[in-house]
Design a protein around this ligand. Structure first.
Ligand SMILES: N[C@@H]1[C@@H](O)[C@H](O)[C@@H](COP(=O)(O)O)O[C@@H]1O
Length: 259
């Protein structure tokens, strides 16, 4: 795993956009998208490059990590709506190629199995963007999620519902249930890119990067992955014991290496 401590969210956004741009220029790109506030700066940078530098999403397939269960169709906080608003409607990706699990499906386990199979049928995800919850969740894999889980329904913790209440009128409006790619599903992506900013994420980042590989901190699966990159700002890095080493490695990063 490579940990990159950045000066600002904007710098993180530029690095993430570089990683995504390299995949988008390759054949039949499959990208994994995340919601939440952490990826927004990267999405804004990708949109800017699309408008100003001609970066194209044509022919790209995208898969979202997760979705709430039971929001009314067209609800502005459904993740399908959020990703449209924050990224995909601003670039030249075919809306039919942007996939998310259907939280309104009558048979939720069947919908999860279908979604997981669709990711496999697309050949798997080339690069998966991830935020991290304050409890260490990725996607909506709450603590104690199976490390080999596939896409399935999950129940949110109260902490996650409280954290996400800011997107809704009140915490009571935050759904209790969700569909999420499993930790095993996420782990099949060829490159995992996690982003985090701010002191509220410092503890979760430290647990993910330097704690034990454990279901207690779902994001710790990045330690088991062959190609994982973590972009954090100084505040989110503030609990990292090996921060000096990460800075040293970055300062001496070979020119040819990339992320
Ligand atoms: N399901 C999403 C996650 O994918 C996201 O990483 C997390 C953190 O969000 P934020 O970046 O807004 O802190 O929130 C939600 O729970």
């Amino acid at each position: 795993m490579e940990v990159v401590i950045c000066e600002s969210a904007e710098e993180i956004g530029r690095h993430v956009a570089d990683v995504f741009a390299a995949v988008l220029r390759g054949p039949a790109p499959v990208i994994g998208l995340a919601t939440g506030s952490s990826p927004l700066v990267a999405y804004q940078e990708l949109i800017r490059r699309h408008r100003e530098d001609g970066l194209s999403f044509a022919g790209t397939t995208a898969f979202l990590l997760d979705e709430y269960v039971g929001l009314p169709a067209g609800h502005p906080e459904s993740y399908a709506a959020v990703i449209r608003r924050e990224l995909t409607e601003h670039v030249d990706i075919d809306p039919a190629d942007v996939h998310s699990p259907d939280g309104g499906a009558a048979d939720l386990p069947a919908e999860c199995a279908r979604y997981d199979a669709a990711i496999g049928a697309a050949g798997g995800v080339h690069v998966q963007l991830l935020g991290i919850g304050t409890d260490g969740h990725i996607g909506f894999n709450e603590p104690m999620s199976s490390l080999s889980s596939r896409t399935r329904p999950k129940t949110l913790t109260q902490q996650t519902r409280d954290d996400n209440a800011r997107f809704f009128g009140s915490v009571d409006e935050v759904p209790r249930h969700v569909l999420t790619q499993g930790l095993g599903t996420i782990g099949t992506a060829r490159h995992l890119v996690m982003v985090a900013t701010g002191t509220a994420k410092a503890e979760a980042v430290a647990a993910a990067v330097e704690g034990p590989l454990s279901a207690r901190c779902p994001a710790s699966i990045l330690q088991w992955h062959q190609h994982a990159t973590v972009f954090v700002d100084e505040a989110a890095a503030s609990e990292l014991e090996f921060a000096d080493y990460y800075r040293h490695a970055l300062a001496h990063k070979p020119e040819w290496q990339g992320f």
